[in-house]
Each structure stands twice: as C-alpha cells, then as structure tokens.
Design a protein around this ligand. Structure first.
Ligand SMILES: Cc1cc2nc3c(=O)[nH]c(=O)nc-3n(C[C@H](O)[C@H](O)[C@H](O)COP(=O)(O)OP(=O)(O)OC[C@H]3O[C@@H](n4cnc5c(N)ncnc54)[C@H](O)[C@@H]3O)c2cc1C
Length: 313
C-alpha cells in the first residue's frame, strides 16, 4: 500500500491519468505473469522522469523502471513501490544529420523499420526483438550476430544521483547482455544510432528472413520472455536443456517449450511461482547433467530468492 499523500504528490508530478494504483503486472509483461504493483506510472516526457525520480529518491520510495516488460518475471505478490514505464508514452524517432535519435520507450522493431526507411543498415537484427530501445540498450540486446553495442553511438542516461549524462559507445561498456547502465542502475532516456547507408530492399529482405526464422524456431504463440537463460560460453542454453531431456517439462502452467527448449513458456495460467520453480529445476538438472550453470537472462522482480547465486562465472 502506498501512502496516500505520496500518491497525491506523484499525481502532481506526472500526468495524473497515467498513474494506476494496484496495477496487475501481468498486463505489462510478455510472460503475462505477475501480481500487482502498488503504483504504476506511464511516463510521457523526460521532464516527468527526472522530477519523479528525484521525488521518489528523496522520499525513499522504492521504484523500478520497465520498458515493454519482455525480459522480466514479476513475483505473484507483485511489487511494493512504484513501477515506472518508459515505454508506450515515451516513444519517438527523428534524424539529426546522419544520426537516428530514439526516445527510450520506442519499440526496437519501430527503430529497425525507421532505419530501413532511411536506407540505413545495421539494425535489421533488432526488428523482431519485442523490447524498447531503453531495455535493449540496458541489456545490450542482440540476435543473429547483431547487438546494440555495434550500432549505439551515444546514450543519454540519468544516474541514480540524478545527473544527466551523454555516454559514448565505449563509455557504455557493453558486454554480452550487459552494460554499465545495467550495472550502475542508470536510466536510459534516449539513444542515438549511427549506421551505414544500405539498399532499402536488401534491408527489408534481411528483416523478413530473420523474422521468418523466429516464427519457424520460436514458440511465439505462447507468452514468454524469449530465451530464459544467457548463452553459456561455447554452448547454447537451448541445446543443453534439450540434451538433458527437459523439453516439455511442466510445472503448473509453466513449460519448457517443445519447439525451442531455451524458451520457458506460460501455457495459459502459469503463476510466477510455477515459472520460478521451473527455471530453478532446469538450472539444477543441466548442472547435474553437464556441470554447466545456466545464468538466467530474465530479471526477477519482487519477492524471490536472492539472485544470482554467488558462484556464477
Ligand atoms: C518472444 C521474445 C523474443 C526475444 N528475443 C530476444 C532476442 O532475440 N535478443 C535479445 O537480446 N532479447 C530478446 N528478448 C528479450 C527482451 O525482448 C530484451 O531483453 C529486451 O531488450 C528487453 O526490453 P524491454 O523494454 O522489454 O525491457 P524490460 O523487460 O521492461 O526490462 C529489462 C531490463 O531493462 C531495464 N530497463 C528497461 N527500460 C529501461 C530504461 N529506459 N532505463 C533503464 N533501465 C531500463 C529494466 O529495469 C530491466 O532491468 C526476447 C523476448 C521475447 C518475449
């Protein structure tokens, strides 16, 4: 429960119609799982973000930023604090000379198609990733040989201390599914992309081909968070899970996909507990079979066991 006085102040800072109390997080995650957040705010501009962050920090109110919720598992008991969506309300793209400038809430698919329209190549890989630019930058999202680190030119962030910074590619310290912003809790406000000139029809063809590959290989008909685990060095999580005989393993409504074992899916009415137990079980069984510890790529939010265990590499 949020203090009513705090709630009133939040409504004075951001657009009041975009403030929701006791909001089910299953409506804001691609797993379609998760209990209620005390307060949910959909941000519409940078000014709102900066003022809200300052206020919540001063009042010691816990908060968590999400984009499209496509890489998050929220616990059944939900989240005690304020969820800040930098997503649908804060989306937009423009060209500034030869650079694409994207607001953090812009869907990555929109960014890819915009680049294609501008006859710019390099973002084809991102056209089927269902997250936002902010989430993609934080996670250094990637697919089919492409990654955000290859295309991000500069990123505008706000630090936990409230300082707005413009970081160049090197300063972002991108690593596999990681970045300085993720490590330090920076919030992404905007990202700039510098790409090469390309042929629109070729770019479109590559995007079509990659999206067909996704449809053929991934269980897109079920709610999921994509690949549940990070790729272990020199191997593939999906292969190890399949080789351990875990395809189809089911716990409540959570299941290891038969189509792609790297995807743990919600078959309809999974609880967060079901999904969490399945993740833990897969991790344990793969470790027993191959002595490889799979590290979840999915981010856990709310009341779970501490993560990650200390012995991740
Ligand atoms: C069907 C499917 C396919 C997928 N395929 C891929 C794939 O090919 N490659 C890949 O890398 N991922 C993939 N994913 C996972 C996911 O889409 C990516 O990790 C994506 O980058 C997450 O973006 P998001 O906006 O949904 O972030 P969220 O899931 O909302 O958040 C993820 C993390 O980013 C943080 N965050 C989000 N926005 C901001 C912001 N503006 N500032 C600071 N922190 C922020 C959150 O706090 C959280 O820590 C897939 C997911 C699904 C469901």
């Amino acid at each position: 429960m949020i203090d009513p006085a705090i709630l009133e102040e939040i409504k004075n800072i951001v657009t009041p119609e975009n403030v929701y109390v006791d909001e089910p997080m299953k409506n804001h995650t691609t797993f379609r799982i998760g209990g209620n957040a005390d307060v949910y705010v959909n941000i519409i501009n940078e000014h709102e973000i900066l003022r809200l962050l300052r206020f919540l920090k001063n009042r010691h109110v816990p908060f968590f930023v999400i984009g499209k919720g496509s890489n998050i598992l929220v616990s059944d008991s939900g989240y005690r604090g304020v969820i800040i969506e930098i997503g649908s309300g804060y989306s937009g793209l423009r060209m500034l000379d030869d650079v694409i400038v994207a607001k953090a809430g812009t869907p990555m698919s929109k960014l890819s198609y915009f680049a294609m329209e501008q006859e710019l190549t390099g973002l084809e890989f991102a056209s089927g990733i269902p997250g936002t630019v902010g989430g993609g930058i934080i996670m250094n999202a990637g697919a089919y040989g492409g990654e955000m680190r290859q295309v991000a030119y500069r990123v505008k962030v706000v630090t936990p201390e409230g300082e707005v910074k413009l970081l160049n590619n090197a300063q972002m310290e991108f690593e596999y599914r990681d970045s300085i912003a993720k490590k330090k809790g920076y919030i992404v406000l905007q990202a700039e992309f510098r790409l090469y000139h390309g042929d629109k029809h070729i770019i479109e063809g590559i995007m079509r081909e990659l999206n067909q590959k996704r449809k053929d290989k991934q269980p897109l008909e079920y709610p999921s968070a994509g690949s549940t685990f990070k790729r272990p060095k020199g191997n593939y999580a999906g292969k190890l899970i399949a080789d351990a005989g875990l395809k189809g393993l089911t716990m409540g409504g959570a299941q290891v996909s038969e189509k792609h074992a790297g995807f743990l899916i919600n078959t309809g009415n999974a609880t967060s507990e079901d999904m969490y137990r399945l993740i833990m079980t897969v991790q344990q069984k793969v470790r027993e079979s191959f002595d490889v510890l799979l590290e979840p790529e999915v981010i856990f939010l709310g009341d779970f066991e501490p993560y990650p265990p200390e012995d991740y590499e």
